[in-house]
Design a protein around this ligand. Sequence first.
Ligand SMILES: Nc1ncnc2c1ncn2[C@@H]1O[C@H](COP(=O)(O)OP(=O)(O)OP(=O)(O)O)[C@@H](O)[C@H]1O
Ligand SMILES: [Mg+2]
Length: 576
Amino acid sequence: MTIYLRLLSYVKPYLPRLVIAIICIIVAASANLYIPWIIKDVIDDVLTTKNMAMLNMISVGIVLVFFVRGIFFYGQTYLMSFIGQKVIIDIREAVYRHLQKLSLSYFDKRQTGTIMSYVTNDVAALQNALIESVVELVTEGMILIGSLGAMFYIHWKLSLLTLTTLPLVALTINVFGKKLRKAGKVMQERTADITSVLQETISSVRVIKSFAREDYEIERFNRENYFNFRAQMKTAQLMATLTPTIEFLAALGVTVIIWYGGREVIAGNLTSGSLIAFLIYVVNISNPIKRLSKVYGNIQRALAAAERVFSVLDTQPEIKDLPDAKELPPVNGQVVFDNVTFEYKPGETALKEVSMVAEPGQMVAIVGPSGAGKTTFASLLPRFYDPVSGRIALDGIDIKTVTLRSLREQIGIVPQETILFNGTIYDNILYGDLAATEEQVTAAAQAANAHNFIVAMPEGYQTHIGERGCKLSGGQRQRISIARAILKNPRVLILDEATSALDTESEKLVQDALDKLMLGRTSFVIAHRLSTIQRADRIIVMDKGRIVETGSHEELIHAGGLYEKLYQIQFSEQAG
Ligand SMILES: Nc1ncnc2c1ncn2[C@@H]1O[C@H](COP(=O)(O)OP(=O)(O)OP(=O)(O)O)[C@@H](O)[C@H]1O
Ligand SMILES: [Mg+2]
């Protein structure tokens, strides 16, 4: 019920339209109620008494009624679609807006396909509930009430007798409704699972092919597909049982009417026309009951979808601005980590009591074995995650006390995995500063040593690079990513393995680009290849989430610690 009320709150802005729509539905539905009455009049007043004038009147009446019905039917369909689509757009926008606000940890925990299914499948299920169900509910409800009224008017005893079957029907619907709701939930989840597998496998098609795991993936997909089939069939089976059950109960009712009503006509207490009209009204009410049970199923399914959609909206971002968050003023770039401890999952420490200071303009290198926590360290500065304890400050201001936007605007990141958007090269660079001019974009590309390869392409800056930049080489992608960071012009820079994907030739180009980028900014350079960071002002050596050594290359090379060991390994590899 609360879910339904919440859905209705989205309808509120369109209330005037909804009122008009419902009036249209009521008028259109009333026309249906008129049909049995016409038949009664034709039998009793025209055929029995051979009344020609009455026949003419009835004929004109029919034409008029159906003309008016057509107009209102148009209004009903148009307005209801309008309201339904508007509400869906509003909800979809709200969900997407909220997704953008959610923290990285939310996305870490969930599969992309599942999240996508919230915005597509579930929102679409709501659309069904809102448009179709409301129309059916009002139309059928109207026909139900109108028909019942007419029945009681014709013969109240016969009506009461007929209605004794109703509680049975209501009970059946209730029992099935509960099952349908459960089955609907499973069905949506299974559909989401398929989307999930699809999304994952299509985006990793290279890996699948390189491991020749097509058959494995097909089997995995088939399994999900089959689970989905089973879930769909479960619902279908319920629906297939529900309909005939209700119809059978209705048939029982009709038998009773013919038996008792026939006796009344024979006894002269009821006209033949009235009995026939009565029967049609009974068929009229069995139809709405059938339809309403279907609508009930739809609504149950939609409520399950709404529950998931609202669960997204109700998830609070873990990282958000404090109520009194201030704008971070333009900084010089002093970065302080003070006893910072962080864990992705409670109990699994990824960073332990990390303390360090980087002065404005310094280049700080972070090295250490894979999984040491280097990327994690760098993720805390732009507040992708918040530390469990300890404090991080930029120019002496605790980063927790400023707005995320003003903080992230001053931090540039060239990530470990280059991620570009489907679009042109120009747009991808422009992403760094949407207000930049064409000259600034070109200058950034030049500084990133990307300009030359870009203009060598047939379409230059307007080249479409494909999904995630798949039409470019790794080195080209990385240089565009650097150009984007240059354009952003941040005070603090994080380079996570920015040269890892490159050969020696393009590494020199990229390194050169990075050197220009780092000039005058505080930069954190994460690197496996120690040759690239020897001239860093300070090298931080990490292992298992801790800082185990700090110092310059010259200091660490003979310190007998982890750095010396790593250096020796790489040195002998190069020599070899
Ligand atoms: N999103 C995440 N959720 C849970 N655990 C994570 C997540 N990201 C990293 N970890 C864990 O945190 C630890 C540190 O990972 P991190 O990515 O910081 O290592 P790294 O030093 O950057 O390694 P590499 O050199 O391979 O990039 C690892 O044990 C990893 O399993
Ligand atoms: Mg890393």
